[in-house]
Design a protein around this ligand. Sequence first.
Ligand code: MF3
Ligand code: CO
Length: 249
Amino acid sequence: MIKLKSNEEIDRIRESCKLLALTHNELGKIVSEGITTKELDKFAYDFIVKNGGKPAFLNYMGYPATLCTSVNDVVIHGIPDNTKIKKGDVVSLDLGINLNGFFSDSAATYIVGKGSAEAEKLVSVTKEALMLGIEQARAGNRIHDISRAVFTHAKKFGYGVVRDFCGHGVGFSPHEEPQIPNYVGSGPNPRLKPGMILAIEPMINAGKDDVKILSDGWTVKTIDKSISAHWEHTVAIFKDHTEILTILD
Ligand code: MF3
Ligand code: CO
């Protein structure tokens, strides 16, 4: 069941999303050569707690950290550790916040220093795919309109589109219905309605579509060791417009 949110509830979810955007903004300033992913994780934890929130992923289904830090051929769910970030690394940071019981979710991918032309292109095309998906996320359209926009854009560049993980509803919990695949399949294709809160999140590989989960049960890597990018926003569907909640005003 898709849980529609009232305007008052959306106001509360927006507050969670604004704290998330602020946290991402701070993280963006400190992602640099030499910092470890664990240090980024600690920064995010402290910043969220200081501002009255709780990390939404920490202990969710057993996940052991605040951030997912996915470097180079890690697609998503990279667990923060003592590995130092190097020049040219492609670093995806995925973060969810629970603020007073209202959940937000967003991811961004950074290239540390000047990246390869391949990395720069992949990261910007993935962000474009997210924005094209969001453009389709309007009342009256359907979930697959989002999926198609993301998929078509990524495939225009010959990129791999991850099929094993999807976007999702969010707001009252970290993951809600509906699923939002980044490809058009034969799954459920509900119509978008005012009051829906969606986390749209293309995961795009420079190489093939295929990914594998490592033995830690979390880390998802590309099977061909190609680099991967991930962008995600939480958006709210209204009758006559759609609002990206996880950006700063
Ligand atoms: N941000 C991921 C998602 O959008 C979930 C991250 S890790 C988990 O689905 F621990 F929350 F699963
Ligand atoms: Co998500």
